[in-house]
Design a protein around this ligand. Structure first.
Ligand SMILES: Cc1cc2nc3c(=O)[nH]c(=O)nc-3n(C[C@H](O)[C@H](O)[C@H](O)COP(=O)(O)OP(=O)(O)OC[C@H]3O[C@@H](n4cnc5c(N)ncnc54)[C@H](O)[C@@H]3O)c2cc1C
Length: 385
């Protein structure tokens, strides 16, 4: 019997929509480093990107588990939800910490697709893993904040109207805790670019629309502050847990795509007069990747259930992200090996997906930092930093 928490109707609808965007579509975008505008529009028009927005603001008001189903199916179809997943995880910050006026102003437009909230600006050249060391500052001047500094690796800013931005409003040294003194601002990129914000494209291993941002006295209205000044880290934490769970779901989709692709090829490809999949040396790694994926999927489900129940989900979100990203990588490596030389050719899509899924052991949080979090916060081991 279908489990309601797995959202079979959503999965079916997303899968049919993705069928209109086959491997050739993603391959061509990858080769030309272009953004999947038509795909994102189709998802938006079908309402799949607004599943987390409450019905009162024009969305469908569904839990995080539904968003997981959407993203998992995109990856499982061979596509890449990295083009639009930020709208789902940044939503937590706006929904839980935004004021009524902010929600009324932005959410209906985001729900109907006339406003894109796809950018989340945290990382800086001198602070990736250690968020508390960000140096981009926002200083209050009359009714505005004035922003100066630099961000790096910020994805999709050239395909987004709004950005959730983390800045320092008080120095780290002057704050009670290192994570105090940071604040979240909602930046309207349409007004900011050319008026204190410069965006420069940053090419990476995969087609991810990454950019560098340079702030030079950018003025942002103080009414765009989300939550309380100085409390920004706490405001983005909700979004970060959601992000880890959603990305874990994407990794499960990747892992399932790789494993289905491996099994199919191993059944069809004949070497020495028989299917290569008859050899246990070929079939066992595929079976192992499948087992790893199904175990990781259970942790993703648990993390999403806890998050949706409003219960603490930090440990489970992190464990789900670690297990799922490693399962996807094991499945990807096995898929390349199973395909032999063809795993390296663009036309099979394996090499593209292999590059794409590698990201998730580094971003949005690296495997080492998850291990450190579990060791110190769950197991009471001493901190190394
Ligand atoms: C394609 C791409 C898209 C991205 N998109 C965004 C985005 O949209 N918005 C955004 O804000 N950021 C984004 N990022 C940034 C990403 O979140 C960071 O790259 C990530 O947080 C790691 O930071 P770093 O690269 O500075 O690595 P560093 O912090 O320099 O770490 C380097 C390595 O050292 C390890 N390390 C560091 N400290 C320790 C320790 N104490 N113990 C053990 N190991 C340690 C880390 O695990 C890592 O493997 C993106 C990155 C990429 C590559």
């Amino acid at each position: 019997m279908a489990d309601d928490r797995t959202y079979p109707e959503i999965r079916d609808g997303v899968s049919r929509l993705c069928g209109k965007f086959p491997g050739e579509y993603w391959r061509s975008l990858d080769a030309n480093r272009e953004y999947p505008t038509e795909f994102v529009k189709a998802l938006t028009d079908a309402g799949y990107l607004s599943v987390l927005i409450p019905e009162a603001y024009g969305g469908s008001g569904l839990p995080l588990g539904a968003a997981c189903a959407v993203l998992e199916e995109i990856q499982r179809s061979g596509g890449n939800g990295g083009a639009c997943h930020a709208q789902m995880y940044t939503m937590g910050t706006l929904l839980r910490h935004g004021g009524e006026e902010q929600k009324a102003r932005y959410l209906p437009g985001i729900a109907d697709g006339s406003l894109r909230l796809q950018a989340f600006g945290v990382t800086e050249p001198s602070s990736g893993t250690d968020t508390s060391r960000i140096r981009t500052t926002a200083v209050r001047d009359g009714s505005d904040y004035v922003i100066n500094g630099q961000k790096v690796f910020i994805s999709r800013t050239q395909h987004s109207d709004l950005m959730i931005l983390l800045v320092r409003t008080a120095p780290r040294e002057a704050s009670r805790k290192h994570t105090d003194g940071m604040s979240v601002l909602l930046v309207d990129l349409r007004e900011a670019v050319g008026n204190g914000l410069t965006i420069r494209r940053l090419d990476t291993m995969m087609n991810h629309a990454s950019t560098e941002l340079f702030f030079d006295n950018l003025r942002v209205p103080a009414e765009n502050l989300i939550g309380r000044e100085g409390d920004g880290f706490r405001c983005i934490l909700d979004g970060m847990n959601a992000e880890r769970i959603l990305i874990a779901a994407e990794c499960i989709g990747d892992a399932r795509w790789f494993t289905e692709k491996s099994a199919h090829y191993a059944r069809e490809r004949e070497v020495f007069g028989g299917a290569i999949g008859k050899n246990q040396g070929v079939q066992f790694p595929i079976a192992r990747a499948h087992i790893q994926t199904e175990a990781a999927a259970l942790m993703v489900q648990k993390a999403a259930d806890l998050y949706d129940a409003g219960r603490p989900a930090g440990a489970e979100a992190n464990m789900a992200k670690l297990l799922a990203s490693e399962a996807a990588w094991a499945a990807a490596d096995t898929c390349v090996q199973t395909h032999g030389g063809y795993g390296f050719t663009a036309e099979y899509d394996v090499e593209r997906k292999f590059r794409e899924t590698r990201l998730y052991q580094v971003a949005p949080i690296s495997t080492n930092l998850i291990l450190s979090f579990i060791a110190t916060q769950q197991l009471g081991l001493p901190r190394s930093f």
